[in-house]
Unconditional design. Structure first.
Length: 342
C-alpha cells in the first residue's frame, strides 16, 4: 500500500517514512519546497530505506494538487504530519496558524473524500490537554489549550470527530505525544529546527557542542526530587512506530481512535542534561532562571490504551534518545549553528 505522508521531510515525518518502508509500505512524501531542507534529506532517507522515495513538492492546503497526488499514486491512506508547530510563532501570528493547520487539514480531507481515500492518521499533540492536566494523563482527560498552536490541534480533532460521525466510512486515528526527541540510529536524519525556540534537545546539543555558552533551566524550586520540572520525553522512532501500529489497527477496524504515544513516565530536566553529558562526553554549563508562566511541575501521558489496542509500547530509553541525538549532531548533516532566539 502507498501511504501519503504530508510533512514527510520533517522531524517526525521523515522517521515515519522510514518506519513505513521497513514494514513493507511505500511512503509517498508531500512537503512544501520552502519548508523542506531540500533533496538532501530525501537522499538520506533513501540511504536508510535502500531505494529512492516518491516525493511531491507542494502545500497540503492546495486541494487540487493533493487530489491529483492521491489519484496519480493510488494512495491507500494518509499520515498527516504537515503543520506549523512553533508555540511562540503561533502567539505572534494566530491567523497564519489557523489558515495553515486548520485550513490545510480541511483541504486534505476534501481531496481524500473526492477520491474515496478515507483512512487518515492525524498527528495531534498533548497540548490539547491544556495547562494543568492530572498525571498520568489519559485520552479522555478534559481538553483545553494554552496557545494558538494547541488550539489548531484541538480544532483539528473536533473536525475529524464530526466527520467520522457524519460518515462512518472514514477510518481515523489521532495521536498525542509529549516532547519527541532523539534521531534515527543511523545518524542520517534527526531534529533540525530553524530556530531554537523551545526545542529542548537542540538547545542542549548547541550548548554541549559549544555553539551557545549555557543552558537555562527555568525553575529549580518545583516540588520534585531535584527541584526541576518533570517532563515526558519519547524517542521519535517510538512515535513513528506508534503511527505505524495505529495504521495497522485502522486497516482492521473502521473506527475513530485516539491514542497517547508516550513512555508513561517523566524525567527531570536535570536527568535529561546528565544523560546528554554522558552521551556526548561533554559538560553542559547550566544557569537556573525563574519559572516560565504556565509551566507545570510534572507532565506525562498514560499510554496504556495504545498497548491495549495496538500492542504498542515505547521501547527506547532516555539514554537511547540522547545517544541517537548526539550521533545525529556529530554526523555533519545538521544545518549548523542555530539562530539565537530565546
Amino acid at each position: 500500500m502507498r501511504i501519503l505522508v504530508t510533512g514527510g521531510t520533517g522531524f517526525i515525518g521523515s522517521h515515519a517514512c522510514v518506519a513505513l518502508a521497513a514494514a513493507g509500505y511505500e511512503p509517498v512524501v508531500l512537503d512544501r519546497a520552502q519548508s523542506a531542507i531540500g533533496t538532501d534529506v530525501l537522499d538520506r532517507m533513501a540511504r536508510i530505506i535502500g531505494r529512492p522515495l516518491i516525493a511531491e513538492r507542494g502545500d497540503v492546503g492546495d486541494r487540487g494538487l493533493v487530489e491529483g497526488i492521491l489519484r496519480r499514486h493510488g494512495i491507500g491512506a494518509v499520515m498527516h504530519l504537515a503543520a506549523m508547530k512553533s508555540i511562540d510563532d503561533s502567539v505572534q501570528g494566530p491567523l497564519q496558524f489557523q489558515r495553515n493547520n486548520v485550513g490545510g487539514l480541511i483541504a486534505l480531507l476534501e481531496a481524500m473524500d473526492a477520491v474515496g481515500c478515507r483512512t487518515l492518521l492525524f498527528s495531534g499533540s498533548a497540548s490539547v490537554y491544556g495547562p494543568a492536566p492530572a498525571v498520568p494523563t489519559p485520552e479522555d482527560a478534559p481538553r483545553s489549550f494554552s496557545h494558538p498552536y494547541g488550539h489548531t490541534k484541538l480544532i483539528g480533532e473536533d473536525i475529524l470527530t464530526a466527520l467520522r460521525r457524519s460518515d462512518p466510512r472514514w477510518r481515523i486515528g489521532i495521536t498525542r505525544a509529549c516532547n519527541p526527541i532523539g534521531a534515527h540510529e543511523s545518524g542520517l536524519i534527526g531534529e533540525d529546527p530553524v530556530v531554537l525556540q523551545r526545542h529542548v534537545m537542540p538547545r542542549l546539543i548547541a550548548v554541549a557542542s559549544g555553539e551557545y555558552p549555557e543552558f537555562v533551566i527555568h525553575g529549580d524550586d518545583y516540588p520534585t526530587p531535584d527541584g526541576t520540572a518533570l517532563r515526558e520525553f519519547v524517542h521519535v522512532m517510538d512515535v513513528a512506530e506508534g503511527h505505524l501500529a495505529l495504521l495497522r489497527h485502522l486497516e482492521q477496524h473502521a473506527d475513530l481512535v485516539v491514542v497517547n504515544l508516550g513512555t508513561g513516565r517523566a524525567y527531570s530536566v536535570l536527568e535529561l542534561v546528565h544523560e546528554l553529558e554522558v552521551a556526548s562526553g561533554r559538560t553542559i554549563p547550566l544557569r537556573f532562571g525563574p519559572r516560565r508562566p504556565g509551566d507545570m511541575a510534572e507532565s506525562y501521558l498514560d499510554p496504556s490504551r495504545a498497548h491495549r489496542l495496538m500492542g504498542w509500547r515505547a521501547a527506547r530509553s532516555l539514554a537511547d534518545m540522547c545517544v541517537s541525538a548526539w550521533r545525529w549532531h556529530t554526523s555533519g548533516h545538521r544545518r549548523g549553528p542555530l539562530p539565537s532566539r530565546a
